[in-house]
Write a protein that binds this ligand. Structure first.
Ligand SMILES: [Zn+2]
Length: 101
């Protein structure tokens, strides 16, 4: 049995959010989170499994990156469905309407 990346989940801005890595020593859950502007990741699982999962996690990071996408044209506003210019999931218009005040 080898270590495999079972699943990768992205948040609404298409950044890495969660991953599940299955190793011969158990399942490791990886969670990315934004701490003080930096993307950090945490693992849960037993120590041996984490050690075996590490190359897979490095591979995920290398392939997909953990930098927030500064501007993506394909992010849609969650209120109206128009393009969210800043990639936040809300367009400028709805930001004014729903998010301010
Ligand atoms: Zn909108």
């Amino acid at each position: 049995m080898v270590t495999v990346i079972h699943s990768i989940t992205f948040d609404k801005r298409e950044r890495l959010k969660n991953a599940v890595v299955i190793t011969p020593r158990g399942i490791v859950h990886v969670e990315w989170t934004c701490a003080a502007g930096d993307w950090c990741w945490f693992t849960s699982g037993n120590g041996d499994a984490k050690k075996l999962a590490m190359p897979a996690i490095e591979r995920i990071k290398r392939c997909l990156g953990t930098r927030p996408a500064a501007s993506r044209g394909d992010v849609r506003c969650r209120h109206c469905g128009r393009t969210s210019e800043d990639g936040s999931g809300v367009c400028a218009r709805c930001h004014q309407t729903y998010e301010v005040g």
